[in-house]
Write a protein that binds this ligand. Structure first.
Ligand code: SOE
Length: 374
């Protein structure tokens, strides 16, 4: 394990840029064994905004071209829009620099495949930032599933509901564009759920064997912010639903939407086995609903005890943590992998498997048939 500070270059400085910079800030205070880091360069297009971001997020340098940075740093964080995931991430790996890339891995399956192959050739950490794997209650759920507490897995059900595009006048952004985003609610939100299901029960149920999917766009065009009367077409889904059959025969039922009134960030996943059930909701992220053994219903387990995953690093038992802590845990694990030169999970390979499911949902919707995966 190297003791040298890890120089980090970050592409993107808005929402995800802040989430990761905040995580880097928290690490030395709460995770004493985390590798030391140095916020080296923040990368973007707009020099004025970049200078401000460098100041606020604590980066030493700014750059307008990622090509100038990827071999100057020890880790490259790709937090840009989805259409910027493929080329810079592959170039960084080819330059010998470990990568942490935001989700979904790529706008298309072929892009994700190229990234997976580049990661296999590079033999260094190539991570996809599925941050919900690092929620203590999710890790706790996985422990129970792995210990056989809920028996043989029969069903996994997940939904991710938001409302920020419910208003047809909500402005157009890259997230509404197929070229830049790949897909809408499916890739942005569904990728998280499909990954969580894979994380929780993948060892037991295998990969998706067949998929049936449905996509819907409710608002076909949206106003361009600041351009009076101008609109742009929405070329991605506002909502999706899918049914998955896993190798074991277990069923997956998934949906996501960015137009669901009354739901802000409702990511809920439930796993039902032959001997019990578990349910997690992001809106109550310190809790896990557990039903095992002879219990006649669910018990709410508060996952904030010292021996719960990651909790010993934070506050005394019962002092809850939040959404931003998932990024701290994720950065902790990723940076340890970088320092030790070890693999990281979720990897590009994991994220490629998720992308196969997303792609199958789209194909199923387009062709009106159930799609078999090899
Ligand atoms: C979309 O609104 C979004 O910010 C996603 O891009 C994130 O991945 C999710 O965690 C929260 O919602």
């Amino acid at each position: 394990m190297t003791d040298e500070p890890i120089d980090i270059g970050v592409l993107g400085y808005r929402f995800m840029g802040k989430a990761h910079a905040n995580a880097l800030d928290r690490l030395p205070m709460f995770f004493e064994d985390a590798p030391e880091t140095n916020r080296h360069t923040v990368i973007g297009r707009d020099e004025e905004a970049l200078a401000e971001a460098a100041e606020t997020l604590g980066f030493e340098h700014t750059a307008t071209d990622w090509r100038d940075v990827i071999d100057e740093v020890d880790a490259f964080y790709n937090l840009g829009p989805n259409h910027l995931h493929v080329e810079p991430s592959i170039a960084a790996l080819e330059a010998g620099t470990p990568v942490l890339c935001e989700k979904p891995l790529a706008p298309t399956l072929s892009g994700a495949e190229e990234m997976r192959d580049a990661a296999a050739d590079a033999d260094m950490p190539a991570a996809c930032a599925f941050n919900y794997r690092f929620v203590p209650a999710i890790r706790y759920a996985k422990r129970l599933i792995d210990a056989g507490e809920i028996g043989e897995i029969r069903q996994v059900r997940g939904r991710y509901l938001q409302d920020w595009l419910s208003d047809p006048e909500a402005p157009w952004s890259w997230r509404n564009d197929e070229e830049m985003a790949g897909s809408g609610a499916l890739g942005d939100l569904g990728a998280h759920t499909v990954d969580l299901a894979r994380f929780l029960v993948g060892d037991r149920v295998g990969e998706a064997a067949s998929v049936s999917g449905h996509l819907k766009t409710f608002t076909e065009e949206r106003p361009v912010e600041g351009a009076d009367g101008e609109t742009r077409p929405v070329t991605v889904d506002d909502a999706y639903s899918a049914q998955v059959e896993y190798d074991s025969g277990a069923m997956g039922t998934f949906e996501a939407s960015r137009v669901t009134e009354g739901h802000k960030n409702d990511h809920t996943i439930a796993v039902h086995g032959s001997e019990g059930s578990l349910e997690f909701s992001l809106e109550r992220l310190n809790e896990l609903e557990v039903m095992t053994g002879d219990a006649r219903g669910y018990e709410t387990v508060l996952v904030t005890d010292e021996d719960d995953p990651y909790i010993d690093h934070w506050w005394p038992p019962g002092h809850v943590i939040g959404w931003e802590h998932t990024f701290v845990h994720e950065n902790y694990e990723f940076l340890k992998s970088v320092a030790r030169g070890e693999d990281f999970s979720p990897s590009f390979e994991d994220a490629y498997e998720v992308q196969r499911v997303l792609d199958a949902v789209e194909r199923s919707d387009a062709e009106g048939v159930r799609v078999a995966l090899d």
